[in-house]
Design a protein around this ligand. Structure first.
Ligand code: NAP
Length: 257
């Protein structure tokens, strides 16, 4: 794993969906760089998610006070309100929010059910909105909000209209919020990962996967640590003049804006 960028001692960082995949790698990178991390976990299978957070924390030799698992279903406004009440009670403020929790429910549009559409919009887009709004009273001036979107928000893809719409919505939210929060020097940016090796992509059939991988100019799938490194860069002091942007982490698979 690349060395973490920056120094985050005394910083309070919230990462949603932090028990596994990109969220876990990001939360771990912040904790290793000195931050106190609030590791968001879903309410379904809450205990196993909290245990997963404890596992990666222990493996990294970090003490319990540096990584606190806190549960909330990001798609539920009351859950998110309660989540930030807990964060305020225990940590007082937030310096960095990373909206990472996300799901996919893939089907071509003709076969997509209302439930599949609504579930993906609810977690990915509503969840990002609820967390951005929830953190506002707590986030420090000069703070950072980083929203995990996706390359498919920029390109579209077969069978993922609900997911692509939710992730494109995040880009619009990001740009608007960047303008609203600029007077407080809070930057708001999005990261658009391409193909990253996590549970989310492991269900892709082998033949589809191989075709996809062959098209990546850098010749390998991305790792959760590749995305984490970009998130830490956006949270670092050196990125203080960068706001309302989306950064692709896709190995060159898409080189547009
Ligand atoms: P992942 O391993 O499935 O992690 C997502 C995490 O979010 C899981 O822990 C998941 O819990 C949690 N989550 C799901 N619903 C939630 C809810 N309602 N409330 C709170 N947490 C919830 O996937 P990943 O690949 O690391 O993805 C992380 C982010 O990157 C997502 O936003 C994803 O869309 C985005 N992304 C991923 C890729 C990729 O290639 N992997 C590419 C572009 C963008 P459960 O597992 O229990 O549902």
């Amino acid at each position: 794993m690349p060395e973490p960028i920056g120094e985050f001692s005394d910083r309070v960082v919230v990462v949603t969906g932090a028990s596994q995949g990109i969220g876990a790698a990001t939360a771990l990178a912040f904790a290793k760089a000195g931050a106190t991390v609030v590791a968001g976990c879903p309410t379904h299978d809450a205990e196993s998610h909290r245990q997963a957070v404890a596992n990666w924390r222990e493996e990294a030799g970090l003490p319990p006070e540096r990584v606190a698992p806190v549960t909330a279903d990001v798609s539920q406004t009351d859950d998110v309100t309660e989540f930030y009440d807990t964060v305020q009670k225990h940590f007082g403020h937030v310096d960095v929010l990373v909206n990472n929790a996300g799901i996919n429910r893939d089907h071509t549009l003709a076969k997509m059910t209302d439930e599949e559409w609504r579930a993906v919009i609810a977690v990915n887009l509503d969840g990002t909105f609820f967390n951005c709004r929830g953190v506002l009273p707590l986030i420090t001036d000069g703070g950072r909000i980083i929203n995990i979107s996706s390359m498919v928000a920029q390109t579209g893809n077969f069978g993922v209209a609900n997911y692509a719409a939710s992730k494109a919505g995040i880009l619009g939210l990001t740009k608007s919020l960047a303008l609203e929060l600029a007077p407080r020097r809070i930057t708001v940016n999005a990261v658009c990962p391409g193909f990253i090796d996590t549970d989310m992509t492991r269900s892709i059939p082998d033949e589809v996967l191989q075709k996809y991988l062959e098209r990546i100019p850098l010749g390998r799938p991305g790792t959760p640590e590749d995305v984490a490194a970009t998130v830490l860069f956006l949270a670092s002091p050196g990125a203080g003049y960068l706001t309302g942007q989306s950064l692709g982490v896709n190995g060159g698979l898409y080189t547009g804006d």
